[in-house]
Design a binder for this molecule. Sequence first.
Ligand SMILES: [Zn+2]
Length: 382
Amino acid sequence: MEFDLGWILLGLPLAFVLGWLASRFDLRQLRAENRRAPKAYFKGLNFLLNEQQDQAIDAFIEAVQNDPDTCELHFALGNLFRRRGEYDRAVRVHEHLLSRGDLEHSDRERAQHALALDFLKAGLLDRAEDALHRLEGTALEAQARLALLAIYERSRDWPRAAGIARKMHGADQGDFSTRQAHYLCEQALALTDLPAAQALLEQAIHAAPEAARARIELARLQRLMGQPDALLATLKTLAAHNPAALPLAAPLMVEAASATGRVAEVQELLQAHYAQAPSLDVLESIVLLETTDEATRATARQRYVQHLDKERSLVATAKWLATEKLEHEEFHPQIERALEHAVKPLLRYRCAACGFEARRHFWQCPGCQTWDSYPARRVEEL
Ligand SMILES: [Zn+2]
């Protein structure tokens, strides 16, 4: 007992002295490192401010060798270069990060993702694709798959895009059913084998029953294949499931009605739709179906004036005036031309995401690449 107590009495001051010495040593080493590291940073910063980016990268890489906790600085630098469009420099920074043995697992994945974005922005799609595939099974998998989707869409590789969308949908990484339907439609449109195209469109309807596009494309195909009854049936399902998209299919409705002889039935359907949502395209189709000769033309035209009670529409005004007898008939062509010119921009479709306007309706905006961003209504009706 006494022996043990003696050791403790002797050991305690000794341990204290050793601990103090060790802390002094650590502190001195840390100070030395800290002195070295800022020097390299300032050198790098100086190069960066003097627009000597390559020297700056070298200096920062040197700094990082002395201090392994500087990967955030590298990420910031890499992103800065990418934003400035200096992709080779961004790639160099991110590749250096990836080559470091001491990088944490999550930072390695971040660097891999950043590298993929560099390649993507630089337009090196093959290399971007390769870099993104390496992120399968990581925490950044969903982001990588989204980027892959963008690549396949850009290169119009619809089967591969469909594969990724299927995977994401299955892995609860978002609702990709509408996107899958679009890819199937795109594949169908590229086919010359019409029955095969029809099979794909039916698959698309099955994938996203609430999406309008597949039904409209199927209706167009049925018109091409000379199947008016099937065409009308498809359009009636469209009117029931996707009434908002009916204006896009209104001209097809007119064709289906004439081809099947079921004009009254289609008129009723269009008028019911128009009563719910007065649309210019549906109105136009109603007028077309009503006009069979000179006598009916006059009454059908009155619908344009009635439309003005609901909407202050220049388009409807121009359409009514076009066939109206004016007192000064000799000036009619000039007035008509001027009105036509004023009306043209109002008949465009406009992307709700970026405002890009086009004469025809797009399912994917050519400006911002967003899907389903074009409403089925003309600019004047928005
Ligand atoms: Zn857009």
